[in-house]
Each structure stands twice: as structure tokens, then as C-alpha cells.
Ligand binder design. Sequence first.
Ligand SMILES: *[C@@H]1O[C@H](CO)[C@@H](O)[C@H](O)[C@H]1NC(C)=O
Ligand SMILES: *[C@@H]1O[C@H](CO)[C@@H](O)[C@H](O)[C@H]1NC(C)=O
Length: 264
Amino acid sequence: MTGLLQLLLLVSMSVASEPSCPACSKYDYEEKVLERMVRMEFAFEKVLKENKDVSKTVEQDLTRIKEENERLHATIDALKDQQEQAERRLVSLMEEVERNQSSTLEKIVSDSNTTLEQTITAFNDLKDQIATPLVYFHARSPQRTALSTGEVIVYKTIDTNQGNGYSSTSGKFTAPVRGLFLLLMHTCITLQNFDFLQIVKEGSVLTGTSNYDQNYHTCSSSQVIVQLDGGETIWVQCSNGGSDRQLYDHAHYWNSFGGVLIHN
Ligand SMILES: *[C@@H]1O[C@H](CO)[C@@H](O)[C@H](O)[C@H]1NC(C)=O
Ligand SMILES: *[C@@H]1O[C@H](CO)[C@@H](O)[C@H](O)[C@H]1NC(C)=O
């Protein structure tokens, strides 16, 4: 642009100075014109060269800008990649935290469940230990009404036998568990007869009866509270037999033997 302006200035200057020498010859004039043209050509070449230089500089600048632009783009792309990677890492970290939290929660729940179940088991064991099992029996009607010394009375009719402690074969009660027992016997005798009966634990007498029936069927009851170990036996036996010893066992005048576990 600057070069073009200089050229135009040069041309207008040379045209303006043409009629300054009216007396000069045609040859002289032409020579001057030629000279000017040569100068103009030089100037023109100079301008062209300057133009070329300028455009070369511009080209170099453009190339630099282009390269700079590409570098900038590459940097932006790299930053974008880094950001995406960071985002992905953050998301997966958050997912892991969530997973960890829920697995921690599951562990807490399962641990408390285990603890609870252990507690329940321990509690039930304790309850079983503390609870008094149901043990009781009642049997009546002796196999024999006649009585001989040392005879075990075998009550043959079992009314109830919770815990299966009483045997209607032997007439003996065997404690299924250790505990405090209440035992009882009921005795009725025939007119003008005697009875001498005892409640015996493993051979030791706990209590006894002694009755004589003068006018009608006399009955009596005996009770005893005793601590028994599991497996210990207890029974009713005659301590003094004979021909005038006879039990009466009719209607509701039952001879019976019973017991109940009060506490273990
Ligand atoms: C998740 O749990 C694992 C195993 O306990 C552990 O190694 C990891 O650091 C935890 N992650 C986070 C994010 O807490
Ligand atoms: C413990 O978990 C089991 C199975 O997951 C379940 O059947 C049981 O009821 C739970 N126990 C308690 C005490 O919640």
C-alpha cells in the first residue's frame, strides 16, 4: 500500500515538471522522459521488493499464528481429556464410597442380627434352665389289698403320669429331674383291720400311717415334701403286715399315691 502511494506520487511529480523547459529540444525532452522512466522503474522495483518483504513477514506471522493456534487447540484438548478423566475418577470414587457405605451398613445389620440371635439362644437356654419342667403323677387301686411286711404297694391304675416318673409295674416313682417334690398317699382300710404304711425314699422312711377301722372304712392321708436327685426313687410300703391288715378300695375310697415337682 505504501509502495503504491509512492509510485503515484512519483508519476504525478514527473508529469507536473514536464513543461518547465519550453526551449528544450525534442531529443532532450525524450531523454528526460527516459531517465524518469528508468527512475520510475527503479522505484517500482524497490516498492515491489518492499511489498514482497512485507508479504513474506505477513506470511511468517500468519504461519506463527497458525502454529500458535494449533498448539492452543492441542492444549485445550489435553485439558479437556484431563477434565474428563478427573470426572470419571470422581464418579467411580463416589460409587465406591456408596458401595462401601452400603456394605458397611449391611455388615452392621448382619452383626447385630448375629448378636441378637446369640442373645435369643442364650436367653432360651437360660429360660429352659430356670423353667420348672412339668412333673406330676397320681396312681390308685393297689394290685393286692392284703398287706405283708416289707411289701411295696403297686398302685395299678394310673390317673396321670406327666414326665413318666411312676411305674405301675414296680409301684415306684423315679424323679426324672432333680428338685423339690411334694408326695402324698391316701389309705382306706377294711372294717376292723389295720394298716401300717410308709412313704419311703431309697429305703429311708419319710412318713408313716397307722390306722384301725372300728366301725366303718377309715381313710387317712399323708404328705411329705422332699428334695430328690434325678433318678432317685420313692415308693409306698407296708411296715407291718398280717392277716388283719387289709385295704379297702371301692367306690371313691381309693388308695392312692401321687406327687408333683414343685421346683427344680
Ligand atoms: C472401600 O473399602 C475398601 C475395603 O475396605 C477400601 O480399601 C477402600 O479404600 C474403600 N474406599 C473408599 C473410597 O473408602
Ligand atoms: C437374621 O437374619 C436371618 C436371615 O437373614 C433372618 O431369618 C432372621 O430372622 C434374622 N434374625 C433376627 C433376630 O432378626
